[in-house]
Design a protein around this ligand. Structure first.
Ligand SMILES: Cc1cc2nc3c(=O)[nH]c(=O)nc-3n(C[C@H](O)[C@H](O)[C@H](O)COP(=O)(O)OP(=O)(O)OC[C@H]3O[C@@H](n4cnc5c(N)ncnc54)[C@H](O)[C@@H]3O)c2cc1C
Length: 429
């Protein structure tokens, strides 16, 4: 891609890894290359001898991998090290393989926006290659009998297992605040007056309609934009906080002198991402608070331009109740800031997220429910993700109460899976 600021073409689709081998405390060539290429928008990675070198502290590398070397290592050791670093920085490498296999564009840096269709196709591609034996059945019950677990599937099949890993994710955990739930005694539905954002695949049904979206996270802000883009007559986001509607910083506006994490540069996010086991030592109320508040609602940086001018915003007002008029139109009662008011619409979409509750894991038998030690909104887990009852293991959102907010995100898998797999193999292998 040509840049108007430099007299040569810059290919920003290819990232660069600056490797420094050997101990030269005054060596600044590497950081110069990192800064020059980084300023031109080339996605940068760096190998540095510790976390405090200018290269590691530079704002440009998407990731600085610490690898102290002397320069006198055997070539095989250097090759091994480079392969290890390739794997460490190479989470997108699988996606790169996918892009290569499909012949599509390459996604190598935080600037690359991946369309949902690509992400979904990547998920299926990944599954077909790495988990080809996947069975599409629902587990309807898990009961403990003696030292084993009896599982029933919706296919009618039954079998026993020594251990069960619960990775049921967000299923059944969609949260609808009671002010909205009270308006729809039969439950929220995409075609009714009130729905949850998780109900929708295609927002085309709202063409020409007025929609109120409740919430201020990515579900709310992106749904609002997609509604406007799908031709909704009017879209309004309603949020409780006075400055709730906000967007994250683009990758080149991250603070300096703070360590990198999958969520951006911050000491707290670094600790939560790479030392999640320490979260278990906090008292339950602190864990519950942090799981809800850390990495709280915000829009992605790339959504801001699509949102501005298209979506109206009411913030700093709480919903007192929602009523449904005789013609089926919902009316949202609001209060806050010393004012009360009402908003009428054709539809209210609650983009109000997901709440973990052990009770919602309805496939766990009553015996297991009563025996599991819980706290902070989830099962209490040991360092290997095992519950207080020997045999069940929990990962993903159900593990957030013990391992913190990183478990709410895909990248939490990188922390959880090796520990969980090792614990299961050691105890039940
Ligand atoms: C709108 C939105 C945006 C998000 N954006 C991001 C993001 O940008 N980055 C990020 O890292 N994370 C994001 N997340 C979070 C991310 O989706 C989750 O962290 C991730 O999907 C969790 O993976 P999981 O495998 O634990 O659960 P899930 O992806 O929910 O998968 C759980 C699986 O278990 C199956 N299942 C459930 N119950 C049963 C049963 N009884 N029997 C058989 N199978 C069952 C389900 O069908 C499903 O296939 C977002 C979430 C939402 C809702």
């Amino acid at each position: 891609m040509a840049s108007s600021a430099v007299p040569f073409a810059v290919d920003r689709s290819v990232s660069a890894l600056v490797v420094k081998i050997g101990h030269y405390s005054l060596h600044h060539g590497g950081v110069g290359a990192i800064r020059s290429l980084g300023r031109l928008g080339v996605p940068m990675y760096a190998v540095t001898e510790d976390r405090w070198t200018p290269a590691a502290l530079s704002r440009y590398p998407a990731r600085a991998v610490v690898w102290p070397t002397t320069g006198s290592e055997r070539p095989e050791r250097l090759v091994e090290g480079l392969l290890r670093i390739g794997r460490a920085i190479g989470r997108p490498a699988v996606l790169l393989d996918f892009c290569h296999a499909m012949g599509g564009p390459r996604y190598e840096s935080d600037w690359g926006l991946i369309p949902v269709e690509t992400f979904s196709a990547y998920g299926l591609w990944f599954q077909e290659r790495l988990v080809p034996e996947l069975e599409r059945v629902r587990v309807v019950s898990v009961d403990r009998r003696g030292g084993r677990f009896e599982l029933k599937l919706d296919s009618g099949e039954q079998f026993t297992a020594r251990a069960v890993v619960v990775a049921s994710g967000l299923s059944g955990l969609a949260h609808l605040p009671h002010e909205l739930a009270a308006a729809v005694p039969d439950g929220p539905a995409p075609g009714g007056p009130v729905s949850h954002s998780s109900h929708h695949r295609d927002l085309g049904r709202f063409q020409g309609r007025e929609v109120v979206v409740v919430g201020a996270g990515q579900s709310a802000l992106e749904s609002a934009v997609l509604l406007a883009e799908a031709g909704a007559a009017a879209v309004r986001v309603v949020a409780r906080g006075p400055r709730a509607v906000a967007f994250g910083s683009p990758p080149d506006h991250q603070p300096r002198l703070r360590p990198e994490s999958p969520f951006g540069r911050a000491w707290s996010l670094y600790a939560l991402s790479y030392h999640a086991v320490g979260f278990r030592r906090l008292p339950a109320p602190a864990r519950e608070y942090l799981v809800r508040r850390v990495l709280g609602p915000k829009g992605a940086w790339w959504l801001r331009d699509r949102f501005a001018g298209r979506v109206r915003v009411t913030q700093g007002r709480r919903i007192s109740r929602v009523t449904v008029r005789a013609d089926g139109r919902p009316v949202v009662g609001l209060h806050g800031g010393g004012r009360v008011g009402e908003l009428a619409a054709d539809h209210v979409m609650a983009a109000t997220g997901y709440r973990m509750s052990v009770a919602a894991l309805d496939f766990l038998g009553p015996g297991l429910h009563s025996e599991l030690v819980t706290g902070a909104g989830g099962p209490w887990l040991d360092a290997g993700y095992g519950s207080s009852v020997p045999g069940p293991y929990f990962t993903g959102l159900p593990a957030a109460a013990s391992f913190g907010p990183v478990m709410r995100f895909v990248c939490g898998t990188e922390y959880a899976s090796p520990r969980l797999a090792k614990a299961v193999a050691t105890t039940h292998g």
